[in-house]
Each structure stands twice: as structure tokens, then as C-alpha cells.
Design a protein around this ligand. Structure first.
Ligand code: NOJ
Length: 507
């Protein structure tokens, strides 16, 4: 087994925002296909494509009305097959997003379920009795102060939705739901996908009593509730579906729990998720102490279980780290960190361009969760349309749109784009960086320092979150393989690191 998902780097594509070829202002599958050279040149190993299924787009694709088809906005199944084939021909693996906790309220399953209390699919969703003025428990829905329950006047019952009212929760206690959802996995596995990113996977098993929760949990049940034992049994069965296929088909879970010990449990004993997101680092400020704590926590919780970590700084749900950390120097140093810690890095399209979130005027905001800024379209060149076919994309461009695009930065060897490429190539050539051990090294409080080792291959990584220069003496002679600002690359390491700088050192 190559275990490519341990050594590789995954690149997340939010299809609406990647590249539009149809001219409607929304990115599409053909747009992704047209940019594969960029990904190969950059040096990533796999792409994860956020949902492109048929959807009313209330949550921009995370409200699925047909798991086994492509929304016409993005193209067709033939476009998907062509994309998959082109990716595989270039050595890129493809993970698709799977949304098992809820469907769209326009999914035929829910339409049938809500028709009557006697419907054959009534119990495919979570219905409860009650009176119209009193929801069955105190849980709140995401993105709103409203209950996680909606009253259905026709059948006079409540249905559960941890997210929008248009995203009713499936009832995973029902064997037919389990079977139908396994079939949706098989649909994409049969087409040849390399695995899935599984949306809020920790939420699928629920305490059937659906009891009230403490206030802090009830406010964000999708993030705080759960860790219900049933979920683990369901995950083992899902893993079984993937294991029935040739090759290494991978489950990457979005376990949106901010407790790394809980996250670790979703790896099971190697029989549940292959990889799980671990979000506490994504919320770490630019402070070495905060990062040190989260790295230690990850090593402490995951290593004993033989659970392989993941690292992520940006995605389609949170402000980009370039925006959070406030400068390109920090975004560059953060890239050094992301690509050299022990675990699988997940990049979010556009971070290699150092993109900031777009400023979205009130009249153009479209996301109920307020996440428009990080979903701004990717600028591919310096022309007025930035390489997009349509005149006006669905969201405004990110800042610095004249200069900050793939073409302009690609022509500048000193750009952040070239830094990502150098880091990815250094990683690819170093077993220590890909799969090696990790060990903290002595350094000033505001500098992270660690060693990576695999057999005879060694690297030392320094990331400074300090305002001024720091001395970091090391035993032996080291040379600078990659510097976040390019300074001194190929030359000897002189025992000092600059403010907000990241260095990869080799013996
Ligand atoms: C997590 C996804 O990342 C987010 O975009 C979505 O809104 C929720 N799950 C609901 O599917």
C-alpha cells in the first residue's frame, strides 16, 4: 500500500469559485479541468472538490437533491468523468464531497417523507410530535438563532435540521437510509473516485431520545453535540463499503468538534476514518505558544492511536489565513508550517496566490452563514475577466486583483505562488517531511522549531512568530532549503531567523 493520503497534499476546490467556462459567472467542472496544469505545476497530489451535485443551492451545494447527478450549473456526469480521467492521467487523485447528515428539502426522499405520516419514507428523516409553539428540544439550527426544528403544518409534526430548514437531517437509525446512502458512495466509487470528504460526519449518529442539551451545546449542536457511539458503528460500515473496492479509497471526515481527543476517536482502531480534520489549529492566533499547544495536543492525542494527523489553515467556511494573520509575510511563514508538520496538509484553492477574503458589500452577500468573503472567485490572469468567461462572477473579486492572479505571480519567482511550489517540491523529495517522525527542538518562546526524520533523511523547520530577529542555534551545519521570503536559499543557516519568517533546513 502506498498510503498516498499520508504522504500527499490535498488541494480543496470550491467549484463555484474556481473557474467559469460557461459564462454564467459560476465556476464549473470544465473550469476545473482547464486548470489541471496549474495543480500539476504546483505539485499537489489530490484534489477535493466541494459539492457539485444537483442542489437548490440554499447552502451552495451542501443541500443535495440528487447525490448521483451533477447540477447543470456545473456541467454533467460526462464532464465529471472527463475531469476524473484527466486528473488520473496526470497522477492527481480525486476526492468528492459526501453530505450524509442531511439532504435538501427538495430531495425526492424528503418530499415523499413529508407527504404523510404513513409515507414509506416517513422515518427516513427525524420527525417528532409536539405542539406548534414548542419544538421537541432546545437545539438551535446553524446560521440562525432559530430552533433546529421546523413545524410541518400538513402532517402536524416537527422535523429536525441541524443546519437550514431546507436541510432536513437523515435518520441513520433506519436501515434503508444506511443502504441508500451506501449506494450513493458506490455510485462514485464505481466511477473511480479515490475517496470522499465527509461532511459533518460526527453528526450522523444521534441519541434517539434527542434530549435537551446544555445551553452552550444547544446553541451549536453540529459542532458541540455528539460523539454518539452509534456514529462509530456507522463509520465502520461505511469503511467496509470503501474496502470492497480496489486501490486505496479514502475517507476524510469533517469532524467539527473542537476537542482533539474526541476527534481522535473517529479514527477508530484503523477501521473508521483514514483522516479527520482537526480544527483547533485553524483557529489558533499567530502566536507560537498557541500553536505549540495545538501541535502538542495533536501529537499527544493522535500518535498513540496511530491516527495520522491533518493540517488546514483555510477553507470555504472560515476567513482565509492571509486575512486572519494580517500580512503576506505571515501567510508565507504559515505555509512553511502547514507543509512541514507531521500529517496531511489540506490547501484551499487561492491560498497559493496569497489571496485575502473579498470585501462583499451588503447587497452582494448571499451566504446565510456569512462566508462569502473566503469564497471569492480565483483570479487566473490580469485581464478584466481574470480568465473567467462570464463578465461578472457570482461574488466580487478578492483584493489586489490587478497583480494577485496566477499568471502574474507565476511569472515572478519571488512570489508566494513560487514559495508554495518550492515547499511542495521539497516535501515531495523528502521522506522526512512526508512521513517522518516529529520532535520539538529548543527555541525562543516566539519561534516554533522542530525536527523531522525518516531513516537517514532529516530536516529542521523554524517558524518565527516574533516581531524581530531571533537567534536559534542548532547543533551541526545546516543549509537553507526553503525560506519563506526566499532569502539565503541554498546558502548556510547562520543561526538566526527573521520576524514572521519560516525556514526549512537540511543537513
Ligand atoms: C460543513 C460544510 O463545510 C459547510 O459549508 C456546510 O454549510 C455545512 N457542513 C452543512 O453541510
Amino acid at each position: 500500500m502506498s498510503e498516498w493520503w499520508k504522504s500527499g497534499v490535498v488541494y480543496q476546490i470550491y467549484p463555484r469559485s474556481f473557474c467559469d467556462t460557461s459564462g454564467d459567472g459560476v465556476g464549473d467542472l470544465a473550469g476545473i479541468r482547464s486548470k489541471l496544469d496549474h495543480l500539476v505545476w504546483l505539485g499537489v497530489d489530490a484534489v477535493w472538490v466541494s459539492p457539485f451535485y444537483r442542489s437548490p443551492m440554499k447552502d451552495f451545494g451542501y443541500d443535495v437533491s440528487d447525490y448521483c447527478d451533477v447540477d447543470p450549473l456545473f456541467g454533467s456526469l460526462a464532464d465529471f468523468d472527463a475531469l476524473l480521467e484527466d486528473c488520473h492521467a496526470r497522477g492527481l487523485r480525486v476526492l468528492v464531497d459526501w453530505v450524509p447528515n442531511h439532504t435538501s428539502d427538495r430531495h425526492p426522499w424528503f418530499e415523499e417523507s413529508r407527504r404523510s405520516r404513513e409515507s414509506a419514507k416517513r422515518d427516513w428523516y427525524v420527525w417528532r410530535d409536539g405542539s406548534p409553539d414548542r419544538p421537541p428540544n432546545n437545539w438551535r439550527a446553524a446560521f440562525s438563532p432559530d430552533p433546529a426544528w421546523t413545524w410541518d403544518e400538513t402532517t402536524r409534526q416537527w422535523y429536525l435540521h441541524l443546519f437550514l430548514a431546507e436541510q432536513p437531517d437523515l435518520n441513520w437509525r433506519h436501515p434503508e437510509v444506511v443502504g441508500a446512502m451506501h449506494d450513493t458512495l458506490r455510485f462514485w466509487l464505481d466511477r473511480g473516485v479515490d475517496g470522499f470528504r465527509m461532511d459533518v460526519i460526527h453528526c450522523i449518529g444521534k441519541d434517539p431520545a434527542l434530549p435537551d442539551a446544555p445551553a452552550e451545546v444547544a446553541a451549536i449542536p453540529w459542532c458541540a453535540l455528539n460523539d454518539h457511539p452509534e456514529t462509530h458503528a456507522l463509520l465502520r460500515d461505511i469503511r467496509g463499503v470503501l474496502e470492497g473496492y480496489e486501490g486505496e479509497r479514502v475517507m476524510v471526515g469533517e469532524v467539527y468538534l473542537l476537542d482533539t481527543a474526541q476527534v481522535a476517536s473517529y479514527y477508530g482502531t484503523g477501521d473508521e476514518l483514514h483522516l479527520s480534520f482537526n480544527f483547533p489549529p485553524l483557529y489558533a492566533p499567530w502566536e507560537a505558544g498557541a500553536w505549540r499547544e495545538r501541535i502538542d495536543q495533536t501529537e499527544r492525542e493522535l500518535r498513540p492511536r496511530d491516527a495520522w494527523p491533518t493540517w488546514v489553515l483555510s477553507n470555504h467556511d472560515n476567513p482565509r489565513h492571509r486575512t486572519r494573520y494580517g500580512s503576506e509575510a505571515r501567510a508565507r511563514a504559515a505555509a512553511v508550517l502547514l507543509l512541514t508538520l507531521r500529517g496531511t496538509p489540506f490547501l484551499y484553492a487561492g491560498e497559493e496566490l496569497g489571496l485575502e477574503d473579498a470585501v462583499v458589500a451588503e447587497g452582494r452577500r448571499v451566504d446565510p452563514g456569512g462566508r462569502d468573503g473566503c469564497r471569492a472567485p480565483i483570479p487566473w490572469d490580469g485581464t478584466p475577466r481574470r480568465g473567467w468567461k462570464g463578465a461578472e462572477p457570482w461574488l466580487p473579486w478578492p483584493p489586489e486583483r490587478e497583480a494577485r492572479n496566477a499568471e502574474t505571480l507565476g511569472a515572478d519567482p519571488g512570489s508566494i505562488l513560487h514559495l508554495y511550489r518550492r515547499l511542495l517540491h521539497a516535501r515531495r523529495q523528502s521522506p522526512a517531511l512526508q512521513v517522518g517522525s516529529w520532535e520539538a527542538l529548543d527555541a525562543p518562546d516566539d519561534v516554533l522549531a522542530y525536527g523531522r526524520r525518516e531513516g537517514g533523511d532529516r530536516r529542521v523547520v523554524l517558524v518565527s512568530m516574533a516581531d524581530t530577529d531571533r537567534g536559534v542555534p542548532l547543533d551541526g551545519d545546516w543549509s537553507i532549503e526553503v525560506a519563506s521570503d526566499g532569502a539565503g536559499e541554498g546558502g548556510p543557516y547562520e543561526g538566526r531567523i527573521g520576524p514572521d519568517q519560516g525556514l526549512v533546513l537540511r543537513p
